[in-house]
Design a protein. Structure first.
Lengths: 264, 702
């Protein structure tokens, strides 16, 4: 049996090396956890590319033939789609489940470094986003359905991966407020309308068209297109959309943190 | 939370803003927005990035400095009295202001002339024809203006304090202000309300632009309105923060929100830095306080412990800020026309400046009279001072954080006069309870007695409505304090997808010196479950894994909330054995349980709670002895009904040939029993068990 000797010494600050290790281990196990949840990892990784091929390559072929620039617009939209799922559901649903089970309360009682779970969930969502985005890019390159250069594709991928942070904040906000059982449903109540109302895939009626600016997905799409230099469908200066996304991240992230600090 | 907790963090932030001032001044020669002639030199390699860095630094650094100054000012007034305060400030503010100005002003003037001469091709430029007249009371305060404003604001604050004390002898106004300040901080609206004086001043100022920030009031001894509004509100707010210092922990929780908002607002101000609209003024004002609260909160999270390196820098920072400007500007002038890349020049200026400044502090200040004047103490050469000194973090308070250095009987964890309500339900009503070093404390009580609430307070999961909770003499909200604590909660669902050894590895990563995964598995006899996913374990096995997580950090204080619920006999004995081993190794344990035999078997001390109050505490024997009941057992032919009717008999029951009697005055009952049946055999009398004592004690309270 292990010999137990504890010394009641003054509590010293944890060395920075160990603090960084704690963050790394949290990220590792959060990633492992999501990877081992087929209800999460399968749709996150396997859905975006087939969806892109089906809707944007097969079904939209006539429209793209008429307006070639549309292909890049739709491609960017599916990149945003690939970012939204891990962020909204990966971060939000797992948080809600942890809250239900009292795990978050336990983590608050343990000497976990500041915001470790928040950072882990965000980074893991970004990692899954990166994988999903890569699959969509691979699908686009294999089918030669995009006219974007490699540089533009890289810019779009980086923008979308970083741009998943506001969706993480939104997911965390949902996860901080609803039960584990309700989180997927509530997530879908946000996710599905946003897909349509952000105007990324379908033409909208005039009245709704003016409201696209309310949806972060629209802004991420605008930043992706704008920074990659796709001018045809850039309606807003990228800095405006960046501001909107930062605002969403700060607002919903802040509200989630505030709620969790009080209620666990 | 002790005062020390806060002041290490505040020392660090104050040092940060002072050193940031060096960076800010170093950035000015590279800033494209600064017109030629306004600074000593305009570098030939301007950089928008460095300009943005300087812009951001200028937003908040002085307001944050004055906020901390206000907080320390009230602390000093309360520690030394008004006379002592002025004596101290005279030495540490007035002397550096006067002596510093006499030395620095001529030096700076010479360097400025050198720079301007270099800029304008070897000759000093003639003053522009449209140069505005000098302001009233014109005087070149140089960068020492902040000392001058500190003195003015100290006077105003202390005069205001004297007036309030005279007219508010009941403290009504002060309590109202405390409530308002507390509400502003807790609701996160302080960052919006505090800048209102500055915003009002900005909106009345002609042609204000964010690029100018709060204009540096260094040209006149007559105070400028905008500076007074900005820094006056900061110092007054700092004063009120010290009145309820716990609000710092609110910022410690809100720092991501504040810093996130600060970044967003700063981006907006950067984008519109040449536009003086009301919206930008509001954004600028709110950004000041978002940065300030965010950085304070971050410091509370990261540097609230005494650290020799941080303390060294904190001590050095005052000297460095006082003397940095001639060195920085001279270097700027020297490299100003060289054809290096701006990043190289900027780095060169900063590295050389800080090397010179820290060296001068170490060799000329730290152990000399100058150090005595500036920092209130003179360090001996060659002696390493691990414990910070007088003003910032007193030794007494540091020892309070050190369980070994405190008094022998100092508790590891303490609740003092704690009240806690959940809506209308009173969970704790003035509870006083300590955990002593090396003991196993069993906390007993019926459901709703307040046991779990007490543990939640000790672990920092809740803050008491009133009273205080301490862990190792510190606030349990401090994450470093909890680094010596292990926790097993009553209801928790761990991540089902992770394997047992992965869960241990994850939890151990939060601790400084944990057991290895294999050691933890061996200690808790869980080797056979190491590779099983947590979700596939039985209820009892899950409790064993939770126990393993509680001990893997090698804690010196362990909180176990009903640890053996759902365990079979073998697993329970294993856990008891481990707990005894932990205790023998010096670990203290707080154990809540409904199994009273568990408390009897393990506890050195028992605390009985009921109705949110401590009913009694002491050794198991002493708690049992509080109850006068005894149990009498004998073989007799007497009828149960007959015995039950006797005085002092609480209950009677038959078990085969034996009659079991619970009695209050056992001696009287035994005498009567023997008189009634002279054939009674195998008489046994024993003290009531803990279970009976517990039942009686808690029933009395109910």
């Amino acid at each position: 049996m292990t010999t137990w000797v504890t010394s009641v010494q003054p509590v010293a600050a944890m060395p920075m090396r160990r603090v960084l290790r704690a963050y790394a281990i949290e990220v590792k196990y959060e990633a492992l956890r999501v990877w081992r949840m087929p209800s999460m990892s399968v749709p996150f990784l396997l859905l975006p590319a087939p969806m892109y091929l089906f809707f944007s390559v097969m079904l939209s072929a006539p429209a793209v033939a008429e307006t070639p620039a549309l292909a890049n617009y739709l491609f960017s939209g599916w990149l945003v789609f690939a970012a939204m799922m891990p962020a909204l559901f990966g971060a939000g649903c797992t948080l809600a489940i942890e809250r239900d089970g009292g795990l978050l309360t336990l983590k608050r009682a343990l000497p976990a470094p500041a915001g470790v779970w928040l950072i882990a969930k965000t980074l893991v969502a970004m990692m899954f986003t990166a994988l999903a985005v890569t699959s969509v890019i691979a699908a686009a390159l294999l089918t030669s359905t995009t006219t974007l250069s490699v540089g533009q594709l890289v810019i779009m991928a980086v923008v979308v991966v970083i741009g998943s942070i506001p969706f993480c904040a939104l997911g965390l906000f949902i996860g901080a407020h609803v039960s584990g059982a309700a989180a997927p449903a509530v997530g879908n109540l946000v996710f599905l309308p946003m897909l349509w109302l952000s105007g990324m895939f379908f033409p909208l009626p005039g009245a709704l068209e003016r409201l696209v600016v309310l949806w972060p997905a629209f802004h991420l799409n605008q930043v992706s297109l704008g920074l990659a230099g796709v001018t045809e469908y850039s309606y807003l200066p990228p800095q405006w959309s960046v501001g909107a996304l930062v605002g969403v991240a700060v607002l919903f992230g802040g509200l989630a943190i505030r709620r969790l600090a009080r209620k666990g | 939370m002790t005062q020390t907790d806060r002041f290490h963090a505040l020392d660090a932030v104050r040092a940060f803003v002072l050193l940031l001032g060096v960076v800010f001044h170093a950035s000015l020669s590279f800033t494209p927005d600064i017109p030629v002639g306004l600074w000593a030199i305009k570098d030939s390699s301007p950089s928008p990035a460095i300009g943005a860095l300087g812009f951001v630094a200028h937003i908040f650094r002085m307001s944050l400095f004055f906020l901390i100054a206000g907080l320390f000012a009230r602390m000093m007034v309360h520690r030394k009295g008004v006379r002592g305060f002025w004596s101290d400030r005279g030495t540490r503010i007035v002397v550096p202001l006067i002596v510093g100005w006499l030395v620095l002003a001529p030096t700076l003037t010479a360097i400025w002339i050198w720079g301007l001469t270099k800029t304008f091709g070897g000759t000093m430029p003639a003053p522009p024809a449209d140069m505005p007249p000098p302001p009233v009371g014109a005087f070149p305060l140089t960068h020492l203006w902040f000392l001058y404003y500190l003195l003015i604001l100290y006077v105003l604050v202390l005069v205001g304090r004297a007036i309030v004390l005279k007219f508010d002898q009941q403290g009504t106004i002060r309590r109202s202000v405390d409530v308002a300040v507390g509400a502003l901080v807790r609701t996160g609206t302080a960052a919006i309300v505090l800048p209102l004086p500055l915003i009002a001043a900005v909106l009345t100022a002609p042609a204000w632009q964010p690029v100018a920030g709060i204009p540096t009031p260094d040209r006149s001894v007559v105070p400028e309105f905008m500076s007074l509004a900005a820094y006056g509100s900061a110092i007054v707010f700092g004063w009120f923060v010290h009145r309820q210092i716990g609000v710092l922990h609110v910022w410690a929780r809100q720092w991501p929100l504040h810093l996130g908002a600060a970044v967003a607002l700063t981006l907006m101000c950067l984008s519109y830095r040449h536009e003086g609209s009301a919206a930008v003024a509001v954004a600028y004002g709110v950004a000041i306080w978002c940065w300030s609260f965010g950085l304070l909160g971050l410091a509370m999270r990261c540097v609230s412990r005494p650290m020799a390196s941080v303390r060294y820098v904190a001590d050095a920072s005052y000297w460095i800020y006082l003397v940095h400007l001639p060195i920085v500007v001279a270097l700027q002038v020297w490299v100003g026309h060289l054809s290096w890349h701006w990043s190289l020049k900027f780095s060169f200026i900063l590295v050389v400046s800080f090397v010179v400044l820290f060296s001068s502090y170490h060799y000329l200040v730290r152990s000399t009279l100058i150090g005595q004047v500036l920092n209130g103490r003179r360090y001996s050469r060659g002696i390493r001072h691990a414990v910070p000194g007088v003003e910032h973090a007193d030794v007494r308070a540091s020892h309070a954080a050190d369980p070994d250095a405190g008094e022998p009987a100092s508790p590891l964890a303490a609740l003092s006069g704690v009240h806690q309500r959940y809506g209308k339900t009173v969970a704790l009503a003035g509870l006083d309870l300590d955990v002593r070093r090396g003991e196993v404390l069993a906390v007993l009580g019926p459901n709703g007695a307040g046991k779990s609430t007490a543990i939640a307070l000790w672990l920092g999961l809740r803050e008491p409505d009133s009273g205080s909770a301490r862990l190792f003499g510190r606030s349990p909200l401090d994450v470093e304090t909890r680094r010596s604590v292990g926790v097993m909660m009553q209801d928790v669902t761990l991540t089902p997808e992770l394997r047992v050894r992965e869960l241990i590895d994850l939890t151990a990563s939060y601790y400084s010196d944990p057991l290895t995964v294999d050691e933890t598995l061996a200690l808790t006899r869980l080797e056979r479950l190491a590779h099983r996913p947590y979700g596939t374990l039985s209820g009892g096995q899950k409790r064993q894994v939770q126990f393993a997580l509680a001990v893997c950090g090698r804690p010196s204080l362990l909180f176990l909330d009903e640890p053996t619920v759902g365990l079979d006999v073998s697993a329970r004995e294993t856990m008891w054995r481990t707990m005894r081993a932990l205790r023998a190794g010096g670990c203290s344990i707080v154990l809540t349980t409904h199994y009273l035999e568990e408390a009897e078997a393990l506890a050195d001390r028992v605390a009985v709670l009921a109705g949110g109050r401590l009913v009694t505490s002491g050794s198991v024997a002493s708690v049992r002895s509080l109850v006068s009941r005894k149990e009498i057992s004998c073989a007799t032919t007497l009828a149960v009904e007959q015995v039950q009717a006797w005085p002092h008999v609480v209950s009677a029951a038959r078990d085969g040939r034996r009659l079991l009697i619970t009695a209050v005055e056992a001696e009287d009952v035994v005498r009567r029993l023997l008189a009634a049946d002279d054939g009674a055999q195998d008489l046994e009398v024993r003290q009531a068990g803990l279970a009976e004592a517990f039942t009686e004690l808690t029933r009395e309270v109910a």
